[in-house]
Ligand binder design. Structure first.
Ligand code: ACO
Length: 308
């Protein structure tokens, strides 16, 4: 059975940057509160999901030394599609010029990890290369007069090219979870704005991330000490710190970009992964633990041996 290896990575964020100080012009908030409670300093806004996904996808394909016709499937994780119909992945497929199939995955902020694991499943049943993109434009479903959400969100996209390889490949284990009874904690109805019960999401998030990550580690036959880099969903620096502490992974071994991007939902894990790759924080043979949680609630973890 074929496994997968990640052969390219790329990102895209909109040009417009909004700092914490910029937000204080219209909201009763402060740079000190946002920094202390969330770790966020600035975010990029004004993105369109398909456009960011196309740009990130093109960059990932180029980074892999490939051309669009080398890709068989576009898998787009997003919770902010351009429209209800058609799926945004088809717009991305056409925009990049990929000849193969395309479909959307929506598992909120866990979606990129879900997508990566699905790509491995496609490889196992004979697909060619899959472009896995996480892209979200949360700024479009945010009430900018609501300080509880407006300080948290940002827009962006990150993409990886996944290639089938003989043997087990890079993905050593994975874990998925969902609890739809918690729908009310984080939601956005058609035409509405994002709503979140922040305190409750915080509590739940730390628990499910730790449980899911521990299961994935155990299934891979590894322990926290074996992890060279944790790549967590970037929702709140304090959630990342609490998860690190409970998992026993030092913060120095964690990819953090929340200060620059805020919470970009599906894009946050590939943005953090790409940043680690660009800064040469990942070497062949390293063990990576990707873990996310989000609306649904959903959660997902994956353990990779990089270019194993
Ligand atoms: N600026 C200033 N003050 C604020 C702000 C703000 N933006 N927001 C709330 N406050 C005030 C509150 O009114 C409250 O005041 P009070 O003490 O006088 O009542 C005080 O600050 C503390 O508020 P809390 O809600 O208790 O703050 P908390 O420390 O819980 O932080 C936060 C809030 C950042 C939202 C946190 O709960 C959190 O990060 N939750 C999880 C977020 C998350 O993980 N989301 C998941 C994914 S999001 C997505 O998928 C789109």
């Amino acid at each position: 059975m074929a496994g997968i290896t990640v052969v390219g990575s790329g990102i895209s964020v909109p040009d417009k940057v909004v700092t914490n100080d910029d937000l204080t012009a219209t909201l009763d908030t402060s740079d000190a509160w946002i920094t202390e409670r969330t770790g966020i300093k600035e975010r990029h806004v004004g993105g369109i999901t398909s456009q960011m996904a196309i740009e990130a996808g093109r960059r990932a394909i180029e980074d892999a030394g490939l051309v669009p016709s080398d890709i068989d499937v576009v898998l787009l994780s997003t919770t902010t599609p351009d429209a209800l119909v058609p799926g945004t992945s088809a717009t991305v497929q056409a925009g990049i010029g990929v000849p193969g199939g395309a479909f959307d995955v929506n598992a909120a902020c866990s979606g990129f990890v879900y997508g990566l694991v699905v790509a491995a499943g496609l490889a196992a049943i004979g697909s060619g290369r899959v472009l896995v993109v996480g892209a979200d434009a949360l700024s479009r479903i945010t009430d900018w007069d609501d300080r509880t959400m407006a300080v948290l969100v940002g827009d962006g996209a990150g993409a990886v090219v996944v290639e089938p390889v003989d043997g087990p490949g890079d993905l050593l284990s994975w874990n998925f979870g969902a609890d739809g009874t918690l729908r009310h904690l984080l939601m956005c109805d058609h035409g509405g704005y994002l709503f979140m019960d922040g305190k409750e999401v915080f509590r739940k998030a730390v628990r499910v991330v730790v449980e899911s990550a521990e299961r994935a580690l155990s299934d891979a036959g590894l322990s926290a000490a074996d992890i060279d880099l944790l790549v967590p969903h970037q929702a709140n620096l304090r959630i990342i710190q609490a998860a690190c502490q409970r998992l026993g992974i030092p913060e120095e071994r964690t990819a953090v970009v929340i200060d620059r991007y805020g919470n970009t939902s599906s894009a946050s894990i590939p943005l953090a992964l790409d940043d680690a790759l660009r800064n040469e924080r990942v070497s062949p043979g390293d063990h990576l633990l990707l873990t996310g949680f989000g609306g649904g609630m959903t959660w997902a973890s994956a353990v990779l041996r990089w270019r194993g």
